[in-house]
Each structure stands twice: as C-alpha cells, then as structure tokens.
Design a protein around this ligand. Structure first.
Ligand SMILES: Nc1ncnc2c1ncn2[C@@H]1O[C@H](COP(=O)(O)OP(=O)(O)OP(=O)(O)O)[C@@H](O)[C@H]1O
Ligand SMILES: [Mg+2]
Length: 234
C-alpha cells in the first residue's frame, strides 16, 4: 500500500500568529483509506481539510498529497482540478446552471469533448440516483438531492481523494444516511480515498480510522479496536 497523504509538523496560524489553528500535525493516510476527522468546534478540522485540498497554504511543515508538494505554491490548480473532489456542508451549486451543467464544470479542465462531458455527467447523475433531474435548476431540488448533485460533481474528474466537510450537517438523519451510504459505496467501488470531517460519532465510526483533532493537534491517531467494531450503513 502506498500513502496518498504525508504530513509532517504542519503549522497554520491566523491573526498574525495569535490563533494557532494547526499546531504541529503529523499524519499519514493510505491510498483507498476511509478516515474520519472529529474534534470540538474550533479545533482545526476544516483548516486541516483545507490544507489537504490546497485551498490554503500552511505556514511551515510539509504536506504531500497524491504526489504533489502543497507547500510549493506550484501546480496547485492542476492538483485541485485533477486529484481532489470537494463536498462541503453548503454545496455551492451554481443556481442558474442546470444540475447536469453543474456537474460538468470540473470537466472543463479535462480533454473531454462536450458530448463526452454530457454523457459522463449523466452517468454520474445515475450513480447518485438523480438522472431524471438533469435539466432542473438546483433551486428545485431538496437539500439531500442538492448534496447528491454536489457529490456527483465532486466525482466528475475521477479524483483520487474526496474531502467532505460536514457533508450531512444540514440534512435530516434519514437523508444523511443515504448521502453517507453513497459516499462510502463510491469510496469502495472506485477505491477513492475518503476523508470526512464530522461532529457525529455514528458517522465517524463507519470509517477505517478516526482522527481526533484538539487545539490544532492530533490525539489517538489510530485505534485498532474501532476497526473491529466497524459497522456498515444500510
Ligand atoms: N480565515 C480565518 N481567519 C481567522 N481565524 C480563523 C480562520 N479560519 C479559522 N480560524 C480559526 O482557526 C481555528 C480553527 O478553525 P477551524 O475552522 O479549522 O475549526 P473546526 O474544527 O473546523 O471547527 P467547526 O467544527 O466549528 O467547523 C478557530 O479558532 C477559528 O476561529
Ligand atoms: Mg469546520
């Protein structure tokens, strides 16, 4: 197994160093692993996820994801476009584009023709069970349906890693379970590395490994007993 994330002594502060959001993180994540990140509000979970997706640069330390050095400021657009699928709590769909057009956006950096993009977007919509909504505007969809569109969009470039920050935070529990099952199925069938930030321990426990963040540092980075207790969502 090779590692897809290698982080050493990563530091990130805000407000001229007064807020140490990440205070010396060391972390390795294997290709195809499903990891959940938990911790109290303000502990640094989103900051860590943003570093993993190169949405923000660290102050110091090293971070290598999918073979890209994310401290170097080079090729970061290429990295984000090719390697990462993001799913956020607020799905950020573009309101005046149809569902299928929203899914095509990440494909514009690929070499696909228009018709190839369309058929790929439709097959992704089929995977998330929304093919019949392809020409709808996002405003006509329910919260759970929008989140499924966001997941389809996150998969549009065949990312090696899906980063999900509270992907079910705004949804009811039944819809949340559906969304999670979808993410986990995609992770299993496509061997995508899945990294989910969550407040919900029931969600966290579904992962291969739980990572706990406290005051910008990691605690309990591995606990084999959690693997034994692993349960599947139905
Ligand atoms: N852009 C920013 N400017 C200033 N401070 C920030 C910024 N982003 C985050 N912080 C601070 O950094 C710390 C870590 O924030 P972060 O968003 O990573 O927490 P979190 O664990 O994701 O919390 P939550 O569970 O509430 O989403 C907090 O003290 C937060 O206020
Ligand atoms: Mg957060």
């Amino acid at each position: 197994m090779s590692n897809v994330v290698e982080i050493n002594n990563l530091m990130k502060s805000y407000e001229n160093g007064h807020i140490k959001a990440l205070n010396g993180i060391d972390l390795t994540i294997w290709e195809g692993e499903f990891v959940s990140i938990i911790g109290p509000s303000g502990s640094g979970k989103s900051t860590l996820l943003n570093m993993l997706g190169a949405l923000d640069l660290p102050d110091s330390g090293s971070i290598n994801v999918a073979g890209y050095d994310l401290t170097s400021n080079k090729k970061l657009n290429e990295f984000r476009a090719k390697k990462i699928g993001f799913v956020f709590q607020l799905h950020n769909l573009i309101p005046n584009l149809s569902v299928v057009e929203n899914i095509e956006i990440p494909m514009f950096t690929s070499n696909l023709s228009n018709s190839e993009m369309r058929s790929k977007a439709l097959s992704l919509l089929e995977q998330v069970g929304l093919k019949d909504k392809a020409s709808q505007k996002p405003s006509k969809l329910s919260g759970g349906e929008r989140q499924r569109v966001a997941i389809a969009r996150a998969l549009a470039n065949d990312p090696s890693i899906i980063l999900a920050d509270e992907p079910t935070g705004s949804l009811d529990s039944k819809t949340s379970n559906k969304i999670l099952k979808l993410l986990i199925d995609l992770h299993k069938s496509n061997n995508v590395t899945l990294i989910i930030v969550t407040h919900d321990m029931d969600v966290a426990r579904l992962a291969d490994r739980i990572i706990e963040v406290l005051d910008g540092q990691l605690v309990n980075t591995s606990d084999d007993s959690l693997l034994e207790n692993k349960i599947d969502v139905e």
